[in-house]
Design a protein around this ligand. Structure first.
Ligand code: PEP
Length: 255
């Protein structure tokens, strides 16, 4: 069997997902993050995904530093009668770099199917941005021993044909690990990420070697140094611990 992992070709990325948190007061965190990254550059790429209300000002706040700004969701269409939605083109118009699609909270709370997530990923690419596609098993699926089959189904359904390393990031987030303080063991994370790499290779061939696979779910300063160096872990998607630079920066430095 040929090797599936070539870590040296993938630059890690740590992405902060602020979820429905943050007001203009929080923009100081982005400024402080960037000031710190200028003073002491990180080995990893950094992206912050604030709520849509802050995207414009976050982009201004981040304009002088290395951290990029992304969005948490988008509609699949470029424009139209979709009250309350925003399109990937609108995010690109502001200068955003990427869009998270298929987060488990969207799948659960808004009924997003794999097909919806794939349509959103295609929209992100259409707008010239990076799609951060989230997958992950529920606790019941894990307990039933279905983790890998669920993840394979989600990759097949949510990551569209034509995925390339430049415009696609896969985020593996066990649903039961998000916001709970629980995580899989290091061996489980490494095994799962290795399996995900093989699955990506099956669909996308050589592109899979350059695609970054992020772990997400209760990554904190206290466990980042154990999780981020694991094989086939190319960074992290961070929720709660991304809200404050004091927590987020040590995670970035572990990547
Ligand atoms: C997330 O929502 O993407 C996430 C990983 O959350 P947390 O880090 O808070 O578990």
């Amino acid at each position: 069997e040929r090797p599936v992992s070539m870590p040296s070709t993938r630059k890690p990325i740590v992405i902060g997902n602020w979820k429905m948190n943050g007001t203009r007061e929080s923009l100081g965190e982005i400024e402080a993050l960037n000031a710190g990254l200028i003073k002491a550059p990180a080995a990893a790429d950094v992206m912050v995904c604030p709520p849509a209300t802050l995207l414009s000002e976050a982009l201004t706040a981040a304009s002088t530093g290395p951290a990029t700004i992304g969005a948490q969701d988008c509609h699949a269409e470029a424009s139209g009668a979709h009250t309350g939605d925003i399109s990937a083109e609108m995010i690109a118009d502001l200068g955003g770099s990427g869009v998270i699609v298929g987060h488990s909270e969207r799948r659960q709370n808004h009924g997003e199917t794999d097909a919806v997530v794939a349509a959103k990923a295609r929209a992100v690419w259409r707008a010239g941005l990076i799609a951060i596609v989230c997958i992950g098993e529920t606790e019941a699926e894990r307990d039933a021993g279905d983790t890998l089959s669920v993840l394979a189904r989600q990759i097949a359904g949510s990551v569209p044909e034509g995925a390339t390393a430049e415009r696609t990031i896969l985020a593996y987030e066990p649903v039961w690990a998000i916001g709970t303080g629980r995580t899989p063991t290091e061996a489980e994370i490494e095994d799962t990420h290795g399996a995900l790499r093989k699955e990506l290779e099956r669909h996308f061939g050589a592109q899979a070697m350059g695609m970054r696979i992020l772990y997400g779910g209760s990554v904190k300063p206290g466990n980042a140094a154990a999780i981020l160096p694991l094989g086939d872990v190319d960074g992290a998607l961070v929720g709660g611990a991304s809200l404050k630079v004091a927590d987020f920066r040590p995670i970035i430095d572990a990547a």
